[in-house]
Design a protein around this ligand. Structure first.
Ligand code: NAP
Ligand code: G4F
Length: 333
C-alpha cells in the first residue's frame, strides 16, 4: 500500500477511534482525526499516538470539527483530501438517547448525511475517489425478528439511538445506490476493551470489581442483569472496518462473535477474577433501566468471515479478565 494513503476518522477520541488510528498508523497511513472543542476531556486514549513517529508508521494529525456543523465537514474534506473516511462519531449511549433524543438524532443521524454530502462534494470537485465506512449498530435489530441476526434480518430499533443509527445506515445505503459512492456499513455488535467508556455496562462492572477489591468503592448499582449481548473485543472489530474499505465492492457486514452472555454472567466473571462474590456487591436501581430494553442480541458474522476473512480473536471471559486487570492497575495508581 502507498505510504501516502490518507484516512479521516471522526470520533477518533472514542474507544474505536483510538484502536482504528493505531491500526491504520501501523499500516503506514497518514491518519487525520476530528476532535470537538470539548474532546480534551477524552483525549487520553490517543495522547501517545501523536508523538509516535517510527519510520515504518504513518503520522497522526488532529483537526477541530463537529458532526452537527456540516460546514466543518466540508472544510475538513477539502483540507485533508482523504482516500478513506471512517465515520465513528456518535452520541453512542443508548440510555442517554432517551434523555436527549433530538441531540442524538442530530449527531448520529443527520451528522451522517452531512458527512456523505461533504464526501460527494469533495469527490465532485477533485475527481478523487473516497471510500466511506459508517458505524452502524446491532441496536438497530432491537426487538429482534430472528436469531442470530444477520445482514438480511429486518430492523426493529427500540431506542432513539437505534432509530438514529438506522437513518445513518439507510442514508449510507441510499447514497451508495444513488450516487455510486464506495460506502459500506458495519453492523457491529457490542465491542469492549480497557478503553471502553465508564458508563457502558462492561467497563462499569470491571472498574467496580477492581475498585472494590482495592477498597476504593463499596458497591455498584446496575439496571437489568438479564439482558444478553454478543460482546467482542474492540481491537478485533476495527480491523473489520478497514477490511470493508479494501473490497472492490462496497457492502454491509454484520460483525459479531456469535456467542452471547448476560449482564449477570459478566458480573460473575469480573468479581470472581478478583476473588469476590458479585451477590455481595451488586445493587439494583431502576434508574439504570431503559424505557424499552433490547433483551438479547446475537450476531451471525458468516458473511464477514467468508468475504473479509475476519474472525474474533478473544473470547468473552478473556476480554473481561483483560478489562479487570487493566482496571486493577488503574485503581492501584
Ligand atoms: P465512543 O467511545 O462513545 O466514541 C464516540 C466518539 O464520537 C467520541 O470520539 C466523541 O467525541 C465523538 N462525538 C460525539 N459527538 C460528536 C459530535 N457532535 N461531533 C464530533 N464528534 C462527536 O464510541 P465507540 O464505542 O468508540 O463507538 C464508535 C462508533 O461505533 C459510534 O458511532 C457507535 O455508535 C458505534 N458502535 C459502537 C459499538 C460498541 O459496542 N462500541 C457497537 C456498534 C456501533 P468526544 O470525545 O468529544 O466526546
Ligand atoms: O453497555 P450498554 O450501555 O450497551 P448497549 O446499550 O448494548 O449499547 C452499546 O452497544 C451497541 C451495539 O449493540 C452500540 F451501538 C452502542 O453505541 C453501545 O456501544 O448496555 C448493555 C446492556 C443493556 O441491556 C443495559 O440495559 O446492559 C444493561 N445494563 C444493566 N445495567 C446496563 C446497566 N447498562 C449500562 N450502561 N449501565 C448499567 O448500569
Amino acid at each position: 500500500m502507498s505510504a501516502s494513503r490518507r484516512a479521516f476518522i471522526t470520533g477518533i477520541s472514542g474507544q474505536d477511534g483510538s484502536y482504528l488510528a493505531e491500526f491504520l498508523l501501523s499500516k503506514g497511513y497518514e491518519v487525520h482525526g476530528m476532535l470537538r472543542r470539548t474532546s480534551h476531556l477524552s483525549r487520553a486514549r490517543i495522547d501517545g499516538l501523536c508523538e509516535r513517529g517510527a519510520a515504518s508508521e504513518g503520522c497522526l494529525q488532529l483537526h477541530y470539527g463537529d458532526m452537527t456543523d456540516s460546514m466543518s465537514l466540508v472544510r475538513l474534506m477539502r483540507d485533508i483530501q482523504p482516500h478513506e473516511v471512517y465515520n465513528l462519531a456518535a452520541q453512542s449511549h443508548v440510555r442517554i438517547s432517551f434523555e436527549q433524543p433530538n441531540y442524538t438524532a442530530e449527531v448520529s443521524a443527520l451528522g451522517v448525511l452531512g458527512m456523505l454530502d461533504a464526501i460527494r462534494e469533495f469527490q465532485h470537485q477533485s475527481g478523487q475517489e473516497v471510500r466511506f465506512y459508517q458505524a452502524s449498530s446491532s441496536e438497530m435489530f432491537g426487538n429482534v425478528q430472528e436469531s442470530p441476526q444477520r445482514e438480511t434480518t429486518p430492523f426493529a430499533p427500540r431506542s432513539p439511538y437505534g432509530v438514529a443509527k438506522l437513518y445513518g445506515h439507510w442514508i449510507t445505503v441510499n447514497y451508495r445506490e444513488s450516487y455510486g459512492l464506495h460506502a459500506s456499513s458495519g453492523i457491529l455488535f457490542n465491542h469492549e476493551s480497557p478503553r471502553r467508556g465508564e458508563n457502558f455496562v462492561t467497563r462499569k462492572v470491571t472498574q467496580a470489581a477492581a475498585r472494590i477489591k482495592r477498597g476504593l468503592q463499596k458497591t455498584v448499582t446496575l439496571g437489568n442483569l438479564e439482558a444478553r449481548r454478543d460482546w467482542g473485543f474492540a481491537g478485533d472489530f476495527v480491523k473489520a472496518m478497514w477490511c470493508m474499505l479494501q473490497q472492490d465492492k462496497p457492502e454491509d457486514y454484520v460483525i459479531a462473535t456469535g456467542s452471547s452472555h448476560s449482564v449477570r454472567e459478566l458480573c460473575q466473571i469480573a468479581f470472581e477474577h478478583v476473588g469476590l462474590d458479585y451477590h455481595d456487591y451488586v445493587e439494583h436501581d431502576v434508574r439504570f433501566e431503559r424505557p424499552a430494553e433490547v433483551d438479547h442480541l446475537l450476531g451471525d458474522a458468516r458473511k464477514a468471515r467468508e468475504i473479509l476473512g475476519w474472525k474474533p480473536s478473544i473470547c468473552f471471559k478473556d476480554l473481561i479478565v483483560m478489562m479487570v486487570e487493566s482496571d486493577l492497575k488503574l485503581a492501584a495508581k
